[in-house]
Design a protein around this ligand. Structure first.
Ligand code: MG
Length: 455
């Protein structure tokens, strides 16, 4: 009897021990999956951070992020306007493969192609918690919203803040109406610029959105999401509405910078970054979290210095000179990404998808991607695998970079620049290098044929 009891006790102990062992194995596996945060500003110029040389905009938190991480100075957005740039970042493909090659408006009914996968959809394979907070701009109708594209939750404006509301938008029962709007008035609303809906998941919760509070609200939502998921792997995609025009800052930041309202919006975003990084530190998540900060495209060209600044780059948003697509980029991941380093090697937003897939242990086999896994470059262990980059305008390649050379074919005359010696694209070397122009033109045509538009 006693022996039987002892045997039962022994078996019971073994079961408990095995359960503990499996639990800790699962825990170890969980710990191996890093968190990912991508902070994506809208139309922020290459120079518009302290650590990228802004003489007037103060960004102490971003500067600290640069000290604690790596500053990438040849980092490219895959388009010079909002929607295709976002499509490329989230799918690892050049815009023509994604189905989004131009800016979407409230009248548009489309979004991302069904056969491309977003980073969020990919990470769901490994049970990541996923959240999109901010400006989506990849289709505002059911089927195209963030919650249809791998994000567990969404809070933000569905497109640019200078747009209006689609009269067919789904409204929440407890929608907050402002500026004298009523439900009746909304049904008959004529397109009115700069009045955009604020959405939670698939419904409009406020109209028009109080744009002075967007950065504050996005930040509060982001901190809530991080805290809620501190025990499990997460992906936070935070595409800010600012500094896209019209510009808005909260009372705390309005009128405070030396660079007008534009500077105020960046300084408020800088505060937001400080809140996020501070929360990661407080929760002891910094060493488990890769944080990327960059912009979707170059700055607006506005009179009186009201827009952003891409100095020393030539050009602005909408264009394929460097100022339209080379964007400021910071990456932080203590213990993994070197601190205080500056990297001038070629890298792009499209490289985020395969890099994140690799880090999460997810295979991309069988998928057509234009992005490359750049983890070795990020950690400072290898050179960039990226030797070429296509500057798309709509469905066509308008410029092409190969190493230090950039060929641009926008007008009648081809332009050839040596970006290593001439970052400002001042001297056209095409006439004196016809053979190189020919070689690069052929490669451009090859890539154009390979990356055909699906639309
Ligand atoms: Mg933009």
């Amino acid at each position: 009897m006693r022996r039987m009891l002892l045997r039962k006790l022994f078996v019971g102990l073994c079961v408990v021990l095995m359960a503990c062992c499996f639990a800790s194995m699962a825990e170890a596996e969980k710990g191996a999956k890093p968190n990912f945060i991508i902070i994506f500003t809208d139309d922020q110029g290459y120079q518009d951070l302290g650590c990228f040389g802004s003489p007037k905009i103060k960004t102490p938190n971003l500067d600290k992020m640069a000290e604690n991480g790596t500053r990438f100075t040849s980092f490219y957005s895959a388009n010079s306007v909002c929607s295709p740039s976002r499509a490329a970042l989230l799918t690892g493909c050049y815009p023509p493969r994604t189905g989004v090659t131009t800016v979407l408006f409230p009248r548009n009914k489309n979004g991302l192609n069904k056969d491309v996968t977003t980073i969020a959809q990919m990470l769901k394979q490994k049970d990541y918690a996923t959240s999109c907070i901010g400006k989506w701009h990849l289709g505002h109708l059911p089927g195209h919203l963030p919650t249809d594209k791998g994000f567990d939750e969404y809070y933000g404006i569905p497109y640019s803040n200078d747009m209006t509301i689609d009269p067919n938008a789904a409204l929440a029962k407890d929608i907050v109406l402002r500026d004298g709007f009523t439900l009746e008035k909304m049904k008959n609303v004529k397109p009115s610029k700069n009045k955009v809906p604020l959405m939670r998941n698939s419904e409009v919760v406020e109209y028009p959105a109080d744009q002075t509070l967007l950065t504050q609200r996005y930040t509060a939502e982001a901190l809530k999401f991080i805290r809620k998921n501190k025990e499990n792997p997460f992906f936070l995609y935070l595409p800010h509405t600012m500094p896209h025009i019209p510009l808005f800052a909260s009372e705390k930041f309005k009128g405070k910078s030396e660079r007008g309202l534009y500077g105020d919006t960046i300084e408020e975003i800088d505060w937001s970054v400080g809140e996020i990084l501070g929360t990661l530190d407080e929760l002891k998540l910094s060493e488990k979290t890769m944080v990327v900060y960059t912009s979707d495209n170059g700055p607006w060209q506005l009179p009186g210095g009201r827009g952003g600044c891409a100095f020393p780059l030539r050009g602005f948003k909408f264009g394929t000179y460097e100022g339209g697509m080379r964007v400021p980029c910071l990456m932080q991941w203590p213990g993994t990404i070197p601190a205080g380093k500056v990297c001038d090697e070629l890298i792009s937003t499209i490289d985020m998808y395969p890099t994140i897939a690799g880090l999460a242990g997810i295979s991309t086999e069988g998928q057509t991607l234009d992005g490359l896994d750049v983890f070795g470059l990020m950690t400072g262990k290898t050179k960039s695998p990226r030797e070429e980059f296509c500057y798309f305008k709509g469905t066509g390649i308008q410029a092409f970079r190969s190493g230090k050379w950039k060929l641009r074919k926008a007008g009648r005359k081809a332009e050839l620049f040596n970006l290593e010696e001439d970052i400002s694209e001042k001297t056209n070397l095409a006439e004196t290098n016809p053979e190189l122009v020919d070689t690069l033109s052929k490669r451009m045509a090859e890539l154009q044929a390979a990356i055909r538009s699906k639309k």
